[in-house]
Design a protein around this ligand. Sequence first.
Ligand code: 4AD
Ligand code: MG
Length: 447
Amino acid sequence: MKIRIIDLLKTTTYNINVSVNGWVRTHRQSKNISFIAINDGSTVHNLQIVAEHEKIKKDFLKLVTTGSAIRVDGMFVLSTGNQQHGEIIAQNIVLYGTADPQEYPLQKKEHSLDFLRNIAHLRMRTNIFGAIFRVRHNLAFAIHKYFHEKGFFYFNTPIITTSDAEGAGKLFEVTTGDNQDFFGVPANLTVSGQLEGELGALGLGAIYTFGPTFRAENSNTYRHLAEFWMVEPEMAFIDINDNMDLAEDFLKYVIRYAIETCESDLIFLNNTVNSGLIESLHSVVNNKFVRLPYSQAIEILKQSNREFEIPIVQGMDLSSEHERFLVEEYFCCPIIVTDYPKEIKAFYMKLNEDGKTVRAMDILFPQIGEIIGGSERESDYLKLRQRMEELGMNMKQLWWYLETRKFGTVPHAGFGLGFERLVLFVTGMSNIRDVIPFPRTPKNANF
Ligand code: 4AD
Ligand code: MG
């Protein structure tokens, strides 16, 4: 019977014949016996193989070094040692591929995360990256599960677009390199699926996108990527308060899902990279997020008497030091900041009665800062046009967006979750480059 290590380690049926595949993590030899720990990626736990030299020749075992790939056929037995519940007494070992100990970079010693980033093609074979990418998968699955169960439709928005949804101008152009534009107009990689997502919601009622987005952020920070995955739900017939309720419920749901399904990986990460991890996950799930308007956040920051690198002034955009002060030191829980000045937010946000602020909502998390950005959308045709005019935007280009406000417009709202920022928080890692398999950042597009 061919079986994955995670399933084998769950069984309590011993003395059965099984076949297990895996990569060798360690190989320890004593006089008549070899102990080989293998891992197949299904779990953070290794499986111990006992190879008696009578059955498996020593000469052959010399090739079974750290990093090599093998299949083991043998009897799964209850271990006599105290390290593990079950182990395999090998009858036969098949060597798929060797790994020269002189060359294979992942020898037993600890490696820095920096070093592992340079061998991203192999880092999935370490406990830490195995754990991270299993958690990442489970979070992605939980996101689809959550929205599906709530009646949202998974809606695919284009990756190549001709608009700059956020108006931030951090676009990657798409061109074939010759002078003839393939699309007849300048095109770019999408910075957000929102505008097309709105079109979906204004017909299907509630949709979500989950896809790659691209921003030419020329900033090398622990929380910015040039290519990242964004989750953008959008709903018709709801306002900013419903939007905040949804976002909070959603975040708690997916984090709870990870706590429940990724227990051994999270325990491993808690023990090796971030000793406060599990506590902080529980704290987010169990506490209500504090909601406050931007102006109040600014007041708190001003009165903190803190020397921030960027001094506090009304109207400024918050940077990560400000966000983290509010979340980690002042409120000690996630917060939702609302009603930002219109000048620092995108054109599509609904204007408040004061004419100065917009119905924006940013969710700020411990260690991460902004994890979600969203808003109620301007659903009034004339007000939206006016805002676009003020900003000198090209109305012709967004004719289709404007038409949704002309025909059967309704209140609607949505938000965008930076998926890697969520994975960063849930794994307790401290650099966003470590929670996406192949990060793209300034001067780096390896692998
Ligand atoms: O706040 P942002 O720019 O909002 C939007 O794009 C809206 N269209 C969302 C919406 O309302 N549908 O981005 C949303 C989130 C941020 O809160 C952050 O978590 C993440 O995307 N994000 C990044 N993550 C990694 N690297 C970057 N360069 C990111 N830029 C934004
Ligand atoms: Mg934002």
